[in-house]
Ligand binder design. Structure first.
Ligand code: AP5
Ligand code: MG
Length: 216
């Protein structure tokens, strides 16, 4: 099964993708994570995208579509894909169709996480992740079980994203409204879009997504 998790910054795409990876053995394809990995590894691509990402604007369609294509090449047929933060423009939506066809895959479902924009800034500025394994947390909504210790790997160091400040978040949201929200009708017209209440607590959102994927 190949699905898209769609929603504005802070909607919970990464949080829910992590859970689907754990519960269903699917593979998360987050273009944001791939770009951050390129920056961390000091690659030419990382240097090229750093300033754009830190401003909250979108990097070029060609770059992100090439990352998705490369990642699908490494996956086996039986591994389902979760597209997280991709596609984000009409051009990317079009490229994804082509890329999926090349890899003999089809898009089964698009889950839109519906959220109240006012709550998103609080979600994003409170976010942090494990510096070692990358597991995501939130100061208020999702703290590690033991303060200061990662639930998954036991590490004690955490980090924050450089684009997780209020000013950049506003730009990221404006980009979402202008360039990403307009692709929603494409999937609606194909009859594969389902909306889920992204304002519910994390477990309820996961249960709702599971219901969608299981056709309940
Ligand atoms: P990217 O990394 O994709 O960031 P984003 O879309 O802005 O989304 P976020 O990762 O901020 O939010 P999320 O929905 O994953 O929320 P999360 O689960 O973490 O992109 C970053 C940048 O890279 C872009 O600005 C752009 O420059 C570039 N880029 C990436 N892809 C691109 C593309 N395709 N094209 C062009 N440029 C691209 O949740 C947020 C917080 O809330 C967490 O702390 C979490 O614990 C908490 N939380 C989650 N769910 C809930 C809940 N239900 N209730 C309470 N708290 C919750
Ligand atoms: Mg994310």
């Amino acid at each position: 099964m190949n699905i898209i998790l769609l929603g504005p910054p802070g909607a919970g795409k990464g949080t829910q993708a992590e859970r689907l990876v754990a519960s269903r053995g699917m593979v998360q394809l987050s273009t944001g994570d791939m770009l951050r990995a390129a920056r961390k590894a000091d690659t030419p691509l990382g240097h090229q995208v750093a300033a754009v990402m830190d401003s909250g604007a979108l990097v070029s369609d060609e770059i992100v579509s090439a990352l998705i294509d490369d990642k699908l090449t490494t996956m086996t047929e039986d591994q389902g894909a979760i597209f997280d933060g991709y596609p984000r423009t009409a051009a990317q939506a079009h490229s994804l169709d082509t890329i999926l066809a090349t890899h003999g895959r089809r898009l089964d479902r698009v889950v839109e996480l519906e959220v109240d924009e006012d709550a998103l800034v609080a979600r994003i500025v409170g976010r942090f992740s494990c510096a070692k394994c990358g597991t995501n947390y939130h100061e208020k909504f999702h703290r590690p079980k033991v303060d200061g210790t990662c639930d998954v790997c036991g590490n004690h160091e955490f980090k924050r994203r450089p684009d997780d400040n209020e000013e950049t978040v506003r730009t990221r949201m404006a980009e979402y409204r202008a360039k990403t929200a307009p692709i929603i009708p494409i999937y609606e017209a194909r009859g594969i879009l389902t909306r889920v209440d992204g304002m519910a607590d994390i477990d309820h959102v996961s249960a709702a997504i599971a219901g969608v994927l299981d056709g309940k």
